[in-house]
Write a protein that binds this ligand. Structure first.
Ligand code: AMP
Length: 521
């Protein structure tokens, strides 16, 4: 954030009002530099990462220069992914909230083209699209560029990496008149420079200095830890810091799936996003992450592009990113919008050189950190529990419980000893949970008895348990054996090969409205 004001940047009144609603008080550095230049119709190449405020840096001038009285496409914004297109559209709509009649529409593959054609027919001023679908509309003639004033390429380097060079050039060649060309890119690769030379008119380059690239409110750490215990390390960091939303980056698709399975089998609600998922599947995972239904999202670099969730508390680099630029991109997913964040990179001694290269580029040294021990985890759980105890004490209504304690009757124990015993029982409970969350490999066919912490008092019937298991995991209902329901818990026999899946899929999920805890009985 800078000390200057948006009102110093020749921004019109309705847009200033929109920015106020968005809670933007001062322009970020990239906004301060880009907005005046773009308002003068100059071509600009902005070297800025996600998290710097780059969307508003081009979004504000684009919205301000739109003539809403002309119902024609005046700006095309190209984005590499559907998620980014949706995110950019959302931000532009907010910026233009007080600009009567402004129409911003996203066009991307995977959505019904007829819906988009209808929206385009109704008149769109700004189209935010992925390259393939945008070209498709141009070829079909469902989008006309007679009034096109400017083209923006967001995350241009990523579009080139994804093989969209031809599409990008084609968009520029569709425009009859010379248009203002704006490009944002994290890197200045040869491909970017070629486009600049060929299609841009004396572009002004605006680079956000590297040292400003990583936000100061992200604490950056490195932890030397073997591959085989990294998932466990993630769980412990989640627990001791009380994180509820985190992102894990892996270098390969296969690893995202493996890590997700490991997290699930430890009882953490987790899912993965990688290039193998189709658009629907990606949307579903993203919606779950947004709504908080999953706590840990595991992804590859490309799949997690355009992810704009402000509450991510931690980013784990399960693998060191292959390209230092990716490091900046990854950790920029946390510490957004003024919040603080934690970035933890796992490494080994043999990878020191690779890590040094990153540190050199970001001009920051990563602080070494030890993997938390189980004792650390237990202590932090106790701390958390003590806070809950204080809350309960403050709320009062403890008469019945006090009577129970008094009922212990004799003078053998002090009340402090009784409280300590209760605390021990609680934390010992969590220790055995830890063990249950790391299930052994059971004989595939033998039936294993599993404990569910729901029973008759929760109105649970066998059908509810079968339904929950088959609905929340891919375990078929017909393999589930005997089910015994007791007042407060139930036992369910399942074939050994499904134990991990059931623990991974069912823990934290709800049965009859109650969060369940499942373990081997
Ligand atoms: P971006 O780099 O465009 O992905 O923006 C990163 C985040 O910062 C988004 O959540 C924006 O809404 C937010 N943001 C952008 N500009 C500002 C600003 N001037 N003040 C506060 N938040 C901002």
């Amino acid at each position: 954030m800078t000390n200057s004001n948006f009102s110093d940047l020749s921004i019109s009144e309705p847009i200033l009002q929109g920015l106020q609603d968005m809670g933007f008080e001062h322009p970020t550095s990239v906004q301060e530099q880009c907005i005046p230049t773009l308002l003068k119709q100059k071509d600009v190449v902005g070297q800025a990462q996600t998290g710097t405020g780059k969307t508003a840096a081009f979004g504000i001038p684009v919205v301000q220069q739109t003539d809403v009285s002309i119902s024609e496409v005046q700006t095309i914004i190209m984005c590499p992914t559907r998620e980014l297109a949706i995110q950019v559209t959302g931000e532009l709509i907010k910026i233009g909230k007080y600009l009567d009649g402004l129409q911003v529409i996203p066009v991307y593959g995977g959505q019904s083209i007829s819906r988009q054609i209808k929206a385009l027919k109704r008149g769109a001023h700004i189209v935010v699209g992925t390259p393939g679908r945008t070209i498709d509309h141009l070829r079909r003639g469902t989008m006309k560029l007679d009034h096109l004033q400017r083209v923006v390429f967001d995350e241009a380097d990523e579009m080139l990496n994804m093989g969209f060079r031809q599409d990008m050039e084609q968009i520029l060649s569709y425009a009859d008149n010379p248009v203002q060309t704006i490009m944002f890119s994290a890197t200045m690769s040869k491909g970017i420079q070629k486009i600049m030379k060929r299609y841009m008119n004396n572009p002004q380059t605006i680079a956000i200095e590297r040292k400003k690239m990583t936000a100061p409110n992200i604490e950056q750490y490195m932890v030397e830890v073997r591959d085989s215990v990294r998932t466990e390390a993630i769980c412990r960091f989640m627990d001791i810091n009380g994180f509820s939303l985190a992102l894990v980056f892996c270098n390969t698709k296969r690893k995202t799936e493996k890590v997700t399975r490991e997290l699930q089998s430890r009882g953490y609600s987790s899912d993965f996003i990688n290039g193998d998922l189709n658009q629907n599947q990606r949307d579903r995972v993203m919606a779950k992450f947004r709504s908080g239904a999953i706590d840990i999202l595991v992804g590859t670099d490309v799949a997690a592009r355009g992810l704009d969730i402000d509450d991510i508390e931690a980013v784990f680099n399960y693998d060191i990113p292959q390209d230092p630029e990716y490091y900046v991109h990854r950790i920029g997913r946390t510490g957004r919008a003024g919040r603080s964040g934690m970035a933890i990179t796992f490494t080994t001694k043999s990878k020191r050189k690779q890590l040094r290269a990153i540190e050199k580029q970001i001009k920051t040294q990563l602080n070494p950190l030890d993997m938390p021990s189980t004792a650390d985890v237990r202590l932090s759980r106790m701390d958390g529990m003590m806070e809950e105890v204080v809350e309960v004490l403050e709320k009062g209504s403890l008469r019945t419980y006090i009577e129970q304690i008094e009922g212990l009757g004799d003078d053998r124990f002090t009340t402090i000893e009784i409280a300590a015993a209760l605390l021990k029982m609680q934390t010992a409970g969590t220790e055995s949970e830890e063990q249950a969350q790391q299930p052994a490999n059971y004989d595939d066919t033998a039936m294993i008895k599993m404990y569910f912490n729901v029973g008759k008092k929760n109105n649970v019937y066998p059908g509810d348990i079968v339904g929950a298991i088959s609905g929340e995991t891919s375990v078929p209902g017909n393999v589930i054996g005997n089910i015994d329901i007791y007042p407060k818990h139930s036992f369910v026999d399942v074939p050994g090969k499904y134990v991990k899946q059931i623990i991974g899929g069912m823990n934290q999920n709800k049965v009859k409205g109650k969060k369940v805890h499942v373990k081997v009985a």
